[in-house]
Design a protein around this ligand. Structure first.
Ligand SMILES: [Zn+2]
Length: 767
């Protein structure tokens, strides 16, 4: 297809191909339109733009390759661009990074080109297929709804993915690289070969997710990146969480309509599918996988495919290596069924002081929801000695049945602890046995590789979600281990995500403030003063802010903003945290919290944020922060105004601004004033689902759904919502998930209360 555009002369217009002609002559313009069968009188010319206007220009772009319609794009605006000036740039197609002028200074262009070129080399080699298009532009767009989009030759990123702070943590840097490599992988998976229908969305997303982590791990030139599989675990965890709901679906989903398709951009299509691919590599070997994928691209370039096409190529590759496996049958149990398996293990030993393993069994059971199906998979079991060093690791095949005996471990010295899914090749819920759990409580931090530590932390997080341990025990475990943690990524995952989820939802309402307060004080008094790096300090500070919930916390943060330093008084001594800069983004998150105060007047809050925002040059972030602060203010009339704004059928503000409002609209410390909006949510949300598009309605639902009330009364309201809205498939799906979330919260809260009743509140933990 050939694309044309008509725009202001000094705006950049970026599309899938380069411009081939530009003109502002009416005559040429008219001729061009006639040539393509679009006479000037029917051409859609934007108001105010006329072909003979000296300020406007007409552009024609080179003809594109044969690509799917969703991959065409125009990006238009007063952008600036930077070309790839690396010494080896000529070995690649022309590349540019494009952004608004004020944003460009935050883009690490050199690093981004480096990652992109390394990705080109890796993918071309792995897929045995040259990059199929003529150029590669990467554009940062303001207020872009998705994180990024793989338009052919002109990938768009949301400006949100850019960190504008002074410290960019290792996790942030590597996550950004993953996004770059994910979109690049789509040039092959998705753009060169496109799924026939949305049933096979996973062919796009799971592959891009898996391959981006493969390339970050193995691409030449990216040796300084080391978090690939740790970050991958977060995707898998998303997959497993989604798979726990009754609404789960097979990786190859059944999509009758595009509405169904909109609902499967989820943890299954991205996380579980990618986890399956990692397992597939363990199952058939990387060599066979690579061979199959290579022939797949040769055969189906510029065509549409479905699941069987890929499996057939990998099967043929496996046959050529005489592997003697029936891949189709095995894949069916993974891709065409929903749900996951739970793995428990039993180790028997004998021999006193020099005890040896006499029996080792793995038991497989079925998840609560999904298809009843045992699955065959390869995992690696690692044994740890008394010093938490790995004494043994064996790759084993778990059979597709209830019980697997691991003969390879019989006769080995009995370990202090062991880990079933070492290196994270498997997918499922790999429970930690009692002996290992006790050992990890005391010495998880001594395990050398960070992926194993993250796997164990992650399992304990799932145990708290499943009410196998209380939020209090979770917090005790976290505190005892995190303080010795050297991986900034694990600290970030545990504090910013897991601790927030567990403490705020799985704790009975009356203890939430106490638990958050305890954790926050631990981070402030005990952890941040001993943190050794700037990035670790910044991560902990973000954790402190995320847990802040009392008026004292807000006052403390006001002091930090005023003095531009983080300090506190402990036993009469003032302690100041050195090497910690309060970046604008950190300041914005503190301002958002402070604005939720129920004691400070609206006038005080306004004056405070105005004073501390007036000299900032991040105009868009400042605007968004101000909106959040206003929406947070403890005032009935103001809340009502913002509620109407975001719940409207046709909001007059962008989704980006609506999200700024919703982020602070319902803080739990404002219960008295926000309680009416709980009922309003149930009244208004059906209309939002009837009238607004997917990204909008999902944002409204997820940001305002009052799940944290977490009691039986609110459950009734969610159930009623389903009864009353039988025709709204997308709404029902989300409500069902929230019901199951709340049921989990209730179980967790009951366990917490039970422990208090039993006096079992201080589970013994040592560091
Ligand atoms: Zn994608």
């Amino acid at each position: 297809m050939t694309l044309f555009s008509f725009s202001h002369w000094n705006w950049k217009v970026i599309s899938n191909e380069f411009e081939s002609d530009t003109t502002n002559s009416t005559e040429i313009y008219t001729k061009m339109l006639e040539k393509i069968g679009c006479p000037v009188d029917v051409a859609v010319v934007p108001e105010g733009l006329k072909p003979d206007d000296q300020d406007v220009i007409f552009r024609r772009f080179s003809k594109t390759a044969k690509i799917s319609t969703y991959l065409y794009a125009f990006i238009v605006g007063p952008y600036v661009s930077e070309k790839n000036n690396a010494p080896n740039a000529k070995n690649y197609v022309p590349m540019r990074i494009i952004a608004r002028k004020s944003i460009m200074k935050h883009v690490k262009t050199k690093e981004m080109f480096k990652v992109t070129m390394a990705g080109f080399d890796y993918y071309e080699n792995f897929f045995d297929c040259k990059y199929p298009f003529t150029k590669y532009d990467q554009i940062f767009c303001p207020e872009f709804n998705a994180g990024a989009m793989e338009n052919v030759g002109c990938v768009t990123f949301s400006e949100r993915v850019l960190n504008r702070g002074s410290v960019i943590t290792k996790t942030e840097k590597e996550e950004h690289a993953i996004t770059v490599l994910h979109e690049l992988a789509h040039m092959w998976f998705g753009d060169l070969v496109t799924m026939r229908w949305w049933d096979d969305l996973w062919l796009n997303e799971s592959f891009a997710t898996f391959m981006s982590h493969m390339s970050l791990e193995y691409a030449k030139g990216l040796e300084d990146y080391s978090l690939s599989w740790e970050l991958f675990l977060s995707y898998k965890s998303w997959g497993l969480r989604t798979d726990q709901f009754s609404t789960t679906h097979p990786i190859a989903a059944d999509c009758a309509t595009t509405e169904d398709a909109e609902n499967i951009f989820d943890g299954i299509s991205y996380g579980k599918g990618a986890a399956f691919l990692k397992q597939l590599v363990a199952y058939v070997s990387e060599e066979v996988f690579r061979l199959g994928v290579g022939t797949y691209f040769k055969k189906y370039a510029y065509l549409n495919t479905e699941l069987n096409d890929l499996i057939t190529e990998i099967q043929l590759a496996s046959d050529s290596k005489h592997l003697n496996i029936d891949l189709r049958k095995w894949c069916d149990t993974w891709i065409k069924t929903s749900g996951f398996n739970i793995f428990e293990s039993k180790l028997k030993e004998s021999g006193g002081a020099h005890s040896r393993i006499t029996d080792f069994k793995i038991f497989q059971s079925l998840s609560l929801y999904g298809d009843n199906c045992y699955r065959e998979q390869y995992i690696t079991v690692a044994l740890f000695d008394d010093n938490f060093k790995i004494s043994e690791k064996v790759k084993i095949k778990i059979d597709a049945k209830e019980k697997t005996t691991v003969d390879k471990l019989i006769g080995k010295p009995a370990p202090k602890a062991y880990l079933l899914n070492y290196e994270d090749w498997g997918y499922g819920m790999f429970l930690i046995d009692e002996r290992s759990l006790e050992a990890f409580k005391a010495g998880l931090c001594f395990i050398q590789d960070s992926l194993s530590r993250k796997l164990i932390h992650n399992t304990i997080f799932f145990m708290a979600r499943d009410a196998k341990i209380s939020s209090k025990t979770f917090a005790q475990f976290l505190k005892s281990q995190i303080i010795h943690e050297s991986s900034q990524d694990i600290v970030e995952d545990q504090i910013l995500y897991n601790a927030n989820v567990i403490l705020k939802n799985y704790t009975p309402e009356e203890f939430v403030v106490t638990e958050c307060n305890d954790m926050m004080h631990f981070l402030l008094y005990d952890f941040i003063p001993i943190a050794t790096s700037e990035e670790l300090k910044e991560t902990i500070l973000k954790g402190i802010i995320s847990l802040a919930c009392t008026e004292d916390h807000f006052k403390l943060m006001m002091k930090w903003i005023e003095s531009n330093e983080v300090s506190f008084d402990k036993e009469g001594i003032r302690i100041q945290i050195s090497d910690l800069i309060i970046s604008p983004e950190i300041k914005y998150s503190m301002l958002r919290k402070i604005a939720t105060s129920t004691e400070l007047s609206a006038e005080t809050i306004r004056k405070f944020y105005e004073t501390h925002l007036e000299n900032d040059d991040n105009k868009d972030l400042v605007k968004s922060c101000k909106l959040s602060c206003e929406a947070a203010i403890y005032d009935k009339a103001s809340k009502e105004k913002f509620w109407i704004m975001v719940m409207s059928e046709k909001p007059e503000i962008s989704l980006y601004d609506q999200e700024a409002i919703m982020r602070t609209f319902m803080p739990r410390n404002q219960k008295a004033i926000i309680e009416p909006y709980v009922n309003r949510f149930f009244e208004d949300i059906p209309k939002v689902f009837r009238t607004r598009e997917c990204a909008d309605r999902d944002s409204v639902f997820y940001m305002l759904s009052p799940t944290y009330f977490g009691n039986h009364e609110i459950l009734g309201k969610y159930r009623k919502l389903i009864e009353d809205n039988q025709d709204s498939k997308s709404l029902i799906l989300r409500v069902k998930e929230d019901i199951e979330r709340i049921e989990k919260y209730i179980r967790g809260r009951e366990l917490y209360n039970q422990e208090i009743k039993n006096g079992d509140v201080s589970v013994k933990l040592q560091a």
